[in-house]
Design a binder for this molecule. Sequence first.
Ligand code: CA
Length: 339
Amino acid sequence: MNAGIDASFFNNRLSVTVDHFQSRNYDLLLNVNVPDITGFSTALKNIGEVKNSGWEFVVNTVNLRDKFEWNTDFNISTYRNKVVKLGPEGDPIISGGNITMIGQPIGMFFGWLSDGIFMNQAELDQGPIFNPGARDRSRVGDVRFIDVSGPDGAPDGIINSFDKTIMGSPYPDFYYGMTNNFSYKNISLTVGLQGSYGNEILALSRDQVANNRARFRQLTILNNYWKSEEEPGDGNTPRPNDTPTGNFRGTYSQRWMDTGTYLRINNITLSYVFPAPLIQKIKLNSTRIYLNATNPFLITKHVGFNPDISRNSSALNPGNENYDYPLAKSIILGLNIGF
Ligand SMILES: [Ca+2]
C-alpha cells in the first residue's frame, strides 16, 4: 500500500510531500543448512515473512525571492520492518552479532550488555563472573557484563550464552537530507547535507583494534585503561592482556557497539557566471567558474572511518562495520565554457 499527499502553499513558496508505504515480503530468502547428500551444504530457502512500513516527508521552501534568493529542499524519512513469520518452527536465527526473531526487525544486534569493568577485588567478588573457576575466568580489571538470565530463566551470577540479549538496532530513527541554494546576482552557493539519527553500528573491527591486546594497534578510546586497583583508569576500559579472560574479546557485546548517528556536509559549490556582455565580446555563449567540495565535513561520535555503513554481507547482518573505508573528499576548481 502506498499513500501520498502533495500540497503547495503561499504562492508555491512552500510545498510539502508526504508519502507512506506498507508492504509485506513473503520472500525472505536465506541460506539455510541442508543435508550434504544434495551436494550443497546450504541452499536458498524462503523462510519468513516481514512487514515493512515507512514515511517520507519532503519540504521545499522559497525563503527569499528577491535580489537575494534562497531555496531549501528538506527530506526526512523513516523505515521500519518486523519479522512476522520465521522458518518452519519460528526459531530465532543468530548470525554473528545479529539476531532475527519474530516480533523484531531483521538483524537486531545481539550479545552481552556491559557494565564497566571490575575495578577491584570487592567488585569482582560481587560478580557476575564469566566461566568461574576456569583458567579464563573474569579477573580484576576485566569487563563486567550484565547478568540477564540463566538456565532457569533468572540471573544466576554467571555470564554465558543465556545472558545474550538485544543490545541495539541497526535502523535509524530517521534519515534526513537538506540542500540550501543561495544566489545573488551572478554568484550562487549550494550547500548539501545528509545524515541518519539513532542507529547503532556493530564494529567488528573492535575485536582487534579495541581489545587491549598488544599485538594490535589500539584505538585511542582505550587510552585510560585499568592499570591497578589504585589506578583503575576510566572504569570502562579493561586491563591489557594477551590471553583473554573474562571473555571480553571475540564474543559480541555492547563493547562493540558504536553510534551510527552522523551529519555529513556532502557538497558545497560556489559558482560565478560571467556577465553576458563580457562573454559575448570574446565570442562565447556562457562561462561559469566554480569551486566544489565533496564530503568536506563529517560530524559524528562514531569511532570508525565511516558511519554510513552500506556494505552488508547478508540481509541478516545489517549495520556491521569491518574497517569500512572513509568516503573520498575532493575539492575541484572548474570552468564551464559554452561556445
Ligand atoms: Ca547469567
